[in-house]
Design a protein around this ligand. Structure first.
Ligand SMILES: [Zn+2]
Length: 273
């Protein structure tokens, strides 16, 4: 998108003009951008070293919005994507936290099931199993949340390793709904990031909107691992990315809601490409 509106000052900016604002002003106003067509939450991307010019994007657009939505890469962490069916009606989802983190996969198989090859998320026709369950990676869950309306509000059971079992509709919290009332609760926070910033300690902050909305913090060591994992050069490339992060919300002394992401297996990103 070439134009977006900032709700803080009510001004509609062309991306090239927005990119020429003072640094502090960009840092603040980029969290208050909306799509001119539908009012959906928007983000700003600076011009990249590889030659992409400054631009805006928005996700999700309201249905019927004329503004084109950006493409998200189909291979979010460079390690291959499930080719599973998205509409699998399994009632129980075993979340595979180990996949793609360098840790050994530990997919449990029921005795009556075939080996896992190609079976992921797929059931044999007519095979009404008493304990219908499917295994999913975090990246696959995030794709579900983005693409399947109603999944976040479903009653599917999530079995998340040592963290326990949760009902999807209680577990998945849109980023902009995260609040103090979630403090201390283990939940899956998901949605679009407006921007990311490194602070003076090289802690990486992933922001979801204004200072009253949830941010995620990642220490400098883990941040460089994140950059490697997703093949990115700087934090600007995280603008507009989707995130699903499992963790506990904390509230700082000055009321900021945040969630530390210490373990890479507990979050996944889907970058704009
Ligand atoms: Zn729109």
């Amino acid at each position: 998108m070439y134009i977006a509106k900032c709700t803080e000052d009510g001004v509609s900016y062309a991306a090239v003009d927005f990119s020429r604002l003072p640094h502090d002003e960009i840092a603040r106003k980029r969290r208050f951008l909306v799509c001119l067509g539908c009012g959906g939450p928007a983000y700003f991307m600076k011009a990249s070293k590889s030659g992409r010019s400054a631009c805006f994007g928005a996700r999700p657009h309201a249905e019927g919005c004329d503004e084109a939505a950006p493409k998200y890469e189909t291979d979010p962490d460079g390690r291959g994507e499930d080719q599973e069916q998205l509409n699998n009606p399994a009632e129980r989802i075993v979340v595979d936290l180990r996949f793609g983190t360098g840790k050994k996969p530990e997919v449990k198989e029921n005795d009556d099931l075939r080996p896992n090859h190609g079976r992921r998320g797929r059931f044999q026709p007519g095979g009404a199993r008493p304990n219908a369950e499917t295994h999913r990676r975090l990246s696959s869950l995030l794709r579900h949340l983005m693409e399947i309306e109603g999944f976040s509000q479903s009653k599917q059971i999530l079995d998340i390793d040592e963290y326990g079992e949760f009902v999807a509709k209680d577990f998945f919290i849109p980023l902009l709904d995260a609040s103090e009332e979630h403090s201390g609760l283990f939940r899956g926070y998901w949605g679009m990031l407006t921007d990311a910033q490194l602070d003076s300690d090289n802690t990486l902050w992933l922001n979801s909107r204004g200072r009253h909305n949830i941010s995620f913090c990642i220490d400098s060591q883990s941040a460089s691992e994140l950059f490697n994992r997703y093949g990115i050069q700087d934090e600007e490339e995280l603008s507009g990315a989707y995130i699903l992060a499992m963790g506990k919300v904390r509230v700082s002394a000055n009321g900021k809601i945040y969630c530390p992401l210490d373990e890479e297996q507990l979050y996944t990103l889907r970058l704009v490409r």
